[in-house]
Design a protein around this ligand. Structure first.
Ligand SMILES: Nc1ncnc2c1ncn2[C@@H]1O[C@H](COP(=O)(O)OP(=O)(O)OP(=O)(O)O)[C@@H](O)[C@H]1O
Length: 755
């Protein structure tokens, strides 16, 4: 048999590359608990093959170049608590304290007479207790006990006599002090009674009785009553949390809660007030993850003796997988007032910046940045998906430069308030509606190609990152304003239409950088409704209640469920509450702002007024909504078809006018500048064209027929794609408002649109 000592002393072989070494958690912890200079480095370094791994050390994790700090540095706690940094959260916290203080004061204030009567009832006990204390002090019973203990056969009589004498003297002195104090007290009492007013006597009597009652109070008969119904909502304490955790039925957790075992649950920071509730940070025992607890949110709420929608557990992966945050709201969220939208009454949105969509459970505002993002929203039916979609579309409508394409394939009325601002709008899932959507998507693909060409043609200093900026979006002649496509119940369109899926996937991937954003919502979260190409490219993800891990990860992203981000924990009553991923580093729980249909109509009316004022009402909203142009003809073909017979050179303004006359749906509001910008990617150069009109010499920029013909011939010869697919132009372009410079007859236009 092996000698255990030998076994202990034997230096283990270093693990082969890639071999997994099994190490017990306690061994790891033991090691981690040792200070770095207490032998860890040296002991472990013995395992090193010195030639091969010079300068390296072996730890339980294998070879490393340098040993990391034995303990990772503790995460610094924020200097200011979160509620100080957010005005609404601060107001919430402050108002809670004021309400609480007022309630406690009023509750006890009104009961003061009752409390006094209770004290008076205890006053005789107080007198007896006081007399007992004085008697004890005066008669020194301890000394008497000591002498009785010495009254034994072996005791020294001299010591006994000395102690007896000392006791007698002490008692005599103390009795004298007691007698003098009693006489003085009687005298003072009598003088007060005879010399002061009855009011003072009454006050003193009241106070004296209260003091005597206080001395005589009993632990099992409290004088004061409870101001808070502790049975309904007990204070959130460490004990309560431990009890609740113990009721979850997690074996590993229960093991560490057994009597006699070192408690595995720790509280790294004190339980504190956070917004309208309390927050606790809990370190779960090794082997238990925050996700394990989050999954049992209902049992946790039961253990904490609170309604389900008051209890919000979350994970903190910046620290470790076992760090659990529990936030308990004062009021159940399902009973709290719906969150008001800060933009409901006033305000504009710049889609390039974050805009508010609701609050977190603590009441802090949550914002979202729609620009450059593909967003997916998934949930069970009736959880608030369409309301959120409407909110996002309304926010986009409040940016007058944005072009909205709104599709409600369920055919309900929820998105109708957006009709007055939508460039493209359809509600319903008839063949017509789906064909309209498909044609629009195709147009958007061509628009995307055009946008990329325009972006490529821009100088580097104007477009350094190769994507749309606010400045570029504002130059209407470039046609790079944000386009937001909102589709509710997208699964209706995707079913049995792989071509559409492919086109939306492509737009979802490449569109955002060119300013084309999609927001897709579905109540049927599966691979058909959210194909991998779309779900894996979504930047923003919003998941309201779903039923399982697969749906959760499909909307929020792979492994989110494992990481403890579980939209399965939401209850059916948590309407409008979901996880938002992609906006910050960590997914957050959001209570989306509630906007009913009339309020949505008011916001849409405001947005429409702003668009009208800016001259940016287009497409369906402007009453021009023929079927999307699904032909493959491009602006080059259109220019050729409107070219005036016999003319060799034509001004851009005249060409714009002719295009608008022949294709009002496509070029209705175009100017010469826009036509120039549109053909720029095709290398069509402008020329100066002089004309005499009414005896006046006018010099403007325009196009030569030969140049157009050359480009068309070139395209036919070189292109293997259908003519005009990549050169085609979007349908209804808003009229130019903000950067239109009237053409001066003699001077060349400085706009870069004129080359
Ligand atoms: N932010 C919110 N706050 C409070 N209640 C909300 C919120 N959003 C939605 N609701 C409530 O939830 C109900 C359902 O919302 P909505 O119609 O958006 O659900 P849905 O998920 O789109 O349903 P469906 O899949 O059937 O279309 C609404 O009638 C509304 O009362």
């Amino acid at each position: 048999m092996d000698d255990p000592d030998d076994e202990r002393d034997r230096i283990p072989e270093p693990p082969a590359a890639g071999e997994l070494v099994e190490v017990s958690p306690s061994a790891v912890l033991d090691r981690l608990d040792q200070p770095r200079d207490a032998g860890l480095v040296d002991d472990d370094a013995q395992l090193v093959d010195e030639d091969q791994n010079k300068g390296r050390a072996v730890t339980v994790d294998g070879l490393v170049d340098e040993l990391p700090a034995v303990r990772p540095p503790a995460a610094p706690r924020p200097v200011l608590p979160a509620w100080v940094k957010s005005w609404p959260a601060f107001l919430d916290a402050a108002s809670w304290w004021v309400r609480h203080a007022w309630h406690v004061t009023a509750f006890h204030g009104i009961r003061l007479p009752l409390y006094w009567l209770r004290l008076v009832g205890r006053a005789p006990f107080g007198v007896a207790r006081l007399l007992g204390v004085v008697w004890q002090w005066s008669t020194d019973p301890d000394g008497r006990q000591m002498r009785s203990a010495m009254n034994t056969a072996g005791a020294d009589p001299a010591v006994f006599v000395r102690l007896t004498e000392q006791h007698r003297q002490m008692v005599r002195g103390r009795l004298l002090v007691t007698a003098i104090v009693s006489v003085l007290a009687t005298f003072v009492g009598w003088s007060v009674i005879t010399s002061t007013s009855p009011g003072v006597i009454t006050t003193l009597t009241v106070v004296l009785l209260a003091i005597l009652g206080g001395i005589g109070r009993s632990a099992d008969r409290p004088v004061t009553s409870r101001s808070i119904d502790s049975e309904a909502v007990p204070r959130l304490t460490a004990d309560l949390i431990i009890t609740a955790l113990g009721s979850l039925g997690i074996a590993e957790l229960n093991k560490s809660l057994k009597p006699g075992v070192e408690l595995g649950v720790r509280f790294p920071s004190p339980i504190m007030r956070d917004g309208p509730g309390f927050r606790a940070e809990v370190d779960l025992p090794p082997g238990v993850t925050a996700g394990d607890v989050i999954e049992r949110r209902d049992r946790l709420a039961s253990g904490l003796r609170r309604p389900l929608s008051s209890v919000w557990p979350s994970s903190d992966h910046d620290t470790h997988a076992g760090r659990l945050h529990i936030w308990c709201g004062d009021k159940p969220m399902s009973k709290a007032k719906p969150v008001a939208w800060t933009l409901a009454k006033a305000g504009k949105v710049d889609l390039f910046d974050p805009f508010p969509i609701g609050t977190d459970p603590q009441g802090r505002p949550v914002t979202i940045t729609l620009m450059f993002a593909l967003m997916i929203i998934g949930a069970l039916p009736r959880m608030g998906k369409t309301f959120l979609l409407r909110l996002l579309a309304l926010a986009a409508a409040l940016d007058p430069s944005a072009e909205l394409h709104i599709y409600d394939l369920r055919g309900g009325a929820d998105l109708l308030p957006l009709e007055p601002v939508a460039h493209r709008f359809r509600t319903g899932d008839d063949t017509d509606d789906l064909a309209y959507l498909k044609a629009d998507i195709r147009e958007l693909k061509r628009e995307m190609a055009r946008r990329y060409k325009t972006i490529r043609s821009l100088p580097r200093d104007v477009c350094p990152e190769g994507k749309v900026t606010r400045e570029l979006a504002d130059r209407r002649s470039l046609g790079l304003w944000p386009i937001v496509v909102v589709i509710d119940e997208v699964q209706v369109a995707f079913d049995d239409d792989p071509e559409l899926v492919a086109e939306v996937t492509d737009l979802g991937k490449r569109g955002p950088a060119a300013g084309i954003m999609f927001v897709l919502a579905t109540q049927r979260v599966d691979a058909k409704s959210l194909p991998t190409g779309i779900s894996s490219n979504a930047v923003l993800r919003f998941c309201l209640k779903v039923t399982g891990q697969v749906e959760n990860d499909m909307v929020l992203g792979t492994s989110m469920y494992k990481a403890g981000i579980r939209a399965t924990m939401f209850a059916r009553t948590d309407r409008g509450v979901g996880y938002l991923a992609g906006e910050g580093d960590e997914p957050v729980i959001v209570r989306t702002a509630y906007l009913d249909a009339p309020a949505a109509e008011t916001v849409a009316a405001r947005a429409r007024a702003a668009r009208l004022a800016a001259g940016l009402l287009t497409g369906h909203a402007a009453g021009i909504d023929p079927d999307p142009d699904d032909s493959t003809a491009s602006i080059l073909d259109h220019l050729a078809s409107v070219w005036p017979v016999g003319e060799e050179k034509v001004w851009w303004d005249d060409l714009a006018e002719r295009l608008a006359g022949t294709y009002p749906g496509l070029y209705g509001a175009w100017t010469g500048e826009q036509v120039t910008a549109a053909v720029r990617p095709h290398s069509l150069r402008s020329i100066q064209i002089k004309r005499t009109i009414d005896g006046k010499q006018l010099n403007r920029r325009g196009l030569a027929r030969t140049a157009l013909q050359a480009v068309l011939e070139d395209r036919t010869a070189n292109s293997d794609t259908p003519a005009g697919r990549d050169a085609s132009w979007p349908t209804y372009t808003p009229p130019v408002v903000d950067d239109t410079t009237p053409h001066s007859p003699a001077t060349p236009d400085p706009d870069p649109g004129y080359q």
